[in-house]
Design a protein around this ligand. Structure first.
Ligand SMILES: Nc1ncnc2c1ncn2[C@@H]1O[C@H](COP(=O)(O)OP(=O)(O)O)[C@@H](O)[C@H]1O
Ligand SMILES: [Mg+2]
Length: 271
């Protein structure tokens, strides 16, 4: 029986509500999963056939430490996704090099374009942390300047109101096979909290969205146990990548019967 670590920052019984579902599906495939805190110095990672990166949501403030951990684990076990994928994916400057349409982004606090409404966020973030939405160009510039002053790379984007209408679409791929897609909850509307990030509904992706997602995947040579490709539509209706989640995505496993089993199958294939 293979044994895999499920790397989290949670205690075994806190709020990663996909963990039990994932581990039960692994068990069905003959994979014993053990929950480990990624930063626990007492863990012998070499005891695992693979270490699966999951709810490591605290990496944002400790990225260097987290990346050092991924490299260390990779010396002694199979890290999924691989350390090189995670290093590139935890800084959204990767969006500049994807070679596919992405949300228009101004990467500086200076000379902001004139848009009706702005989103300003740091390039290293998760869960819309330190992200603002404003119609005030000066306020957008000030937030971007504050990020720069703190040594962070700002991203200034037009606010795309389609996230409240059609909604952002996330496509979930396990070992490069499409498992399911969901319509996300818009996060920059009043009253949203981190918990709302887990609210979604299953949707059938449009052909142009699948085509774009698969173009992105085709450009990544490394193994990908999981990939979540988050898409929006630009004002002209064409699809664009808002984010590529290859590190610690919420996988919306409980929205689609069979999704947890597909993840377990993908893991078995990669062992
Ligand atoms: N330009 C934008 N227009 C509209 N909504 C946005 C925009 N950028 C981000 N958002 C909202 O904020 C959420 C988080 O932003 P995202 O870029 O995905 O970063 P992260 O998920 O890493 O915090 C998105 O899912 C979306 O709801
Ligand atoms: Mg996101």
């Amino acid at each position: 029986m293979a044994t895999c670590a499920y790397a989290t920052f949670d205690d075994p019984d806190t709020h990663d509500d996909e963990r039990e579902l994932a581990l039960a599906a692994w068990r069905e495939q003959g994979i014993e999963g053990r929950t480990e805190r990624w930063d626990d110095p007492g863990v012998d990672w070499s005891a695992y056939d693979a270490v699966v990166v999951r709810s490591v949501w605290d990496y944002v403030d400790r990225r260097a430490e987290f990346l050092a951990w991924t490299r260390r684990v990779e010396q002694v076990s199979r890290l999924l996704n691989p350390a090189s994928v995670i290093e590139a994916n935890t800084d959204k400057t990767y969006l500049r090099d994807l070679g596919v349409p992405t949300v228009p982004t101004h990467w500086s606090a200076h000379d902001l374009p004139r848009w009706d409404e702005y989103v300003v966020k740091p390039a290293i973030s998760a869960g819309a942390r330190d992200t603002i939405r404003t119609t005030d160009r000066d306020r957008a510039g000030a937030h971007a300047a504050a990020l720069e002053a703190a040594g962070r790379t700002p991203m200034v984007q037009p606010y795309l109101d389609m996230v409240e209408a059609e909604g952002e679409t996330s496509l979930l791929y396990f070992n490069r096979r499409l498992s399911h897609a969901v319509r996300r909850t818009p996060m920059l509307t009043p009253g949203m909290t981190g918990a709302d990030n887990a609210r979604a509904e299953v949707r059938t992706p449009a052909p142009d969205q699948v085509e774009l997602a698969e173009k992105v995947l085709a450009a990544i040579p490394q193994a990908l146990l999981y990939a979540r490709i988050d898409l929006v539509r630009l004002p002209d209706g064409s699809p664009a990548v808002i984010e590529l989640e290859l590190t610690e995505p919420y996988l919306y496993l409980r929205y689609e019967p069979g999704a947890a089993a597909s993840l377990a199958t993908a893991l078995r294939e990669l062992l």
